[in-house]
Design a protein around this ligand. Structure first.
Ligand code: ADP
Ligand code: ADP
Ligand code: ZN
Length: 214
């Protein structure tokens, strides 16, 4: 099962990807998480990526594509995977398809978690991310049972710098400009499925499960 999650920043891609990964026992591959781990570890890639992320811009394709293609060749990806936050541009999608085609494979589903811009700012300003394990919470819709520390690992929860409203506006504009065209791209491949992301997260998950098991 090979799945691409599409949707605006804050639409709930990560939340759903984690639930799918746990139910179907396939890896959840998030380019945002990979970049943040690199920033935390002070790598060269992390330093470069941070410059773009802090401004709400996309990290250039040259720094992103090979990273993901390499990751997909690891053993745990043999049964499939969920891509969260990649591809984000048409050239990334084309590079992904070319890499898959070389192995005689193709993507099975592109799931668009549809949430209007009006809902995004409150989603993002309430998001809290764990500095330890990357788990995400929401102060209203999905609070940590342990207050401002992570339920999973006990580390501190933070508001990501790029989740502040000024940067979110920029990220939304970048999304509409560079990422939304992927909806047509995957519609053209007849693998696009849209779910209403404004529902409760368990209802969104039920809609996705129905698609995957149809
Ligand atoms: P969100 O979960 O809110 O959509 P992500 O964690 O996926 O945010 O991404 C955070 C930032 O990391 C993006 O704003 C962008 O700068 C960078 N990024 C993540 N994935 C990609 C990608 N595939 N291509 C370019 N930049 C990316
Ligand atoms: P993305 O990966 O698309 O950027 P996240 O999965 O991180 O989005 O979700 C963004 C924020 O919204 C998080 O704080 C998350 O807990 C919350 N959230 C996710 N899905 C829902 C939902 N269906 N209803 C309300 N809040 C949600
Ligand atoms: Zn944690």
């Amino acid at each position: 099962m090979k799945i691409v999650m599409l949707g605006a920043p804050g639409a709930g891609k990560g939340t759903q990807a984690k639930m799918i990964a746990s139910k179907y026992q396939v890896p959840h591959i998030s380019t945002g998480d990979i970049f943040r781990a690199n920033i935390k570890n002070g790598t060269e890639l992390g330093k470069k990526a941070k410059e773009y992320m802090d401004q709400g811009l996309l990290v250039p394709d040259e720094l992103t594509v090979d990273l993901v293609i390499d990751r997909l060749s690891q053993d745990d990806c043999k049964k499939g995977y969920i891509l969260d936050g990649f591809p984000r541009t048409i050239p990334q999608a084309e590079a992904l398809d070319a890499a898959l085609a070389k192995r005689g494979e193709k993507m099975d589903f592109a799931i668009d978690v549809d949430v209007p811009d009006e809902n995004i700012i409150s989603r993002m300003s309430g998001r809290r991310a764990c500095t330890g394990c990357g788990a995400t919470y929401h102060i209203v819709y999905n609070p940590s049972k342990k207050g401002d520390v992570c339920e999973v690992c006990g580390e501190t929860l933070i508001l990501r710098d790029d989740d502040k409203p000024e940067t979110v506006q920029k990220r939304l504009a970048v999304y509409h400009d560079q990422t939304q065209p992927l909806i047509d791209y995957y519609t053209g491949q007849s693998i696009l499925k849209t779910v209403d992301g404004t529902q409760d997260m368990n209802d969104v998950f039920a809609a996705i499960t129905e698609i995957l098991e149809a």
